[in-house]
Design a protein around this ligand. Structure first.
Ligand code: COA
Length: 210
């Protein structure tokens, strides 16, 4: 049993608002793993419009792992959004020209928080906002309308503005086992065979059978 085809942009027959993102994303600064989907009745294939201030001259990346579920309105703010904070003014004089163009600080002085990384098996709720440079661990849940400003631990549930850990999904020892098993990297027929354990939350059985 091979499951759905990860290369099919619209894996749910008759329901094109759900889109396997890796098949529609064109910007080379965005990478998405197999089976990760975006759900949006306004055109899930237009996901790139949710990745804001992503500029080639900055070169930062948004990397999303496998088996992630991205709800409608999820937005990623990238490094190009941040004005320099080190001067007396945050106004970007240089973008307007007229003799002001030379005031642009060197690229090394522009704020840069690094790439944004979303792990595997991450669920990001409705209208969540992810700030630049954030790393979201495997198995995390981002609540609806969360504003994520800091890294998110694996298998945590975070929410609010700024997002804070609401709870952990499993015990530390169970999380370590899940991180070691990395079921999302298994061959798909093995994932298919183990789905009852994955869906039921039976970590002991998943580990025993793997
Ligand atoms: C995060 C979420 C999964 C938590 O579900 P849950 O485990 O059943 O949580 P509960 O409803 O028991 O709430 C647990 C705590 O989280 C808080 N919480 C829940 N949702 C929250 C949110 N969006 N923002 C901030 N805090 C939230 C609750 O107030 C509660 O706090 P308390 O313990 O101080 O009372 C759920 O609230 C959520 O946001 N789901 C996303 C839904 C969505 O956007 N779906 C899109 C389609 S896929």
């Amino acid at each position: 049993m091979q499951g759905p085809n990860p290369n099919n942009p619209y894996p749910m027959a008759g329901f094109p608002q759900v889109c396997y993102l890796k098949n529609v994303v064109q910007n080379p600064q965005i990478e998405v793993g197999d089976y990760s989907y975006y759900d949006d009745p306004d055109g899930a294939e237009n996901f790139e419009r949710n990745v804001l201030y992503l500029f080639p001259f900055i070169g930062d990346k948004l990397v999303i792992g496998k088996f992630c579920a991205l709800a409608r309105g999820v937005k990623f703010i990238m490094n190009g959004a941040n004005h320099p904070l080190s001067g007396l003014s945050t106004y970007p004089f240089w973008i307007f020209g007229g003799g002001w163009e030379n005031s642009m600080p060197p690229k090394s002085e522009l704020p840069f928080k690094g790439d944004t990384r979303v792990g595997n098996d991450v669920w990001i709720g409705y209208d969540a906002l992810i700030m630049p440079g954030v790393n979201i661990g495997n198995g995390a849940i981002i609540s609806s309308r969360a504003v994520v400003t800091r890294d998110v631990p694996a298998y945590s549930v975070v929410g609010g503005n700024p997002a804070a850990v609401i709870k952990m999904r499993f015990e530390p020892e169970q999380i370590a086992r899940l991180e070691a098993l990395r079921w999302w990297d298994w061959p798909v027929d093995k994932i298919t065979a183990r789905l009852p354990h994955i869906v039921a939350g039976d970590i002991d059985a998943l580990g025993r059978d793997s």
